[in-house]
Design a protein around this ligand. Structure first.
Ligand code: AMP
Ligand code: ZN
Length: 112
């Protein structure tokens, strides 16, 4: 499948890896929007958060376990934001489920 994040998870395209297990891969965003900006993805191809079902939701629980662990490791004790853009209006540019973890600065709300 011609999917950028499938290729990154498989090590076919280089990335700055911060975590990997049999289900999950995490790496630094190439265009960081905060001092800490990591993407956490399932190795399995899931199109977006709109494609999560009872069949594939187990990996989402694992992703959030990874996020809380990484947040401690990356020193985000002041707080952080987890974002998943879905579809065109939200600005999803890569059609493989990913969770942005942003931290190291104050965040505004609502997001743009
Ligand atoms: P989204 O716009 O929510 O779909 O997020 C896609 C994210 O992937 C953006 O923040 C991009 O900067 C990031 N991105 C695109 N290509 C790469 C890459 N090769 N390595 C790391 N991050 C990337
Ligand atoms: Zn994919």
């Amino acid at each position: 499948m011609d999917c950028l994040f499938c290729k990154i998870a498989a090590g076919e395209i280089p990335s700055s890896k911060v975590y990997e297990d049999e289900l999950v891969y995490a790496f630094k965003d190439i265009e960081p929007q905060a001092p800490v900006h990591v993407l956490v993805i399932p190795k399995e191809h899931i199109q977006s958060a709109a494609a999560i079902t009872s069949e594939n939701s187990g990996v989402v629980a694992r992703i959030f376990e990874v996020i809380s662990k990484l947040a401690v490791e990356m020193g985000l004790d002041n707080g952080f934001r987890v974002v998943s853009n879905v579809g065109e209006s939200a600005g999803q540019s890569v059609r493989h489920l990913h969770f942005h973890v942003l931290g190291g600065r104050d965040m505004t709300w609502p997001p743009g």
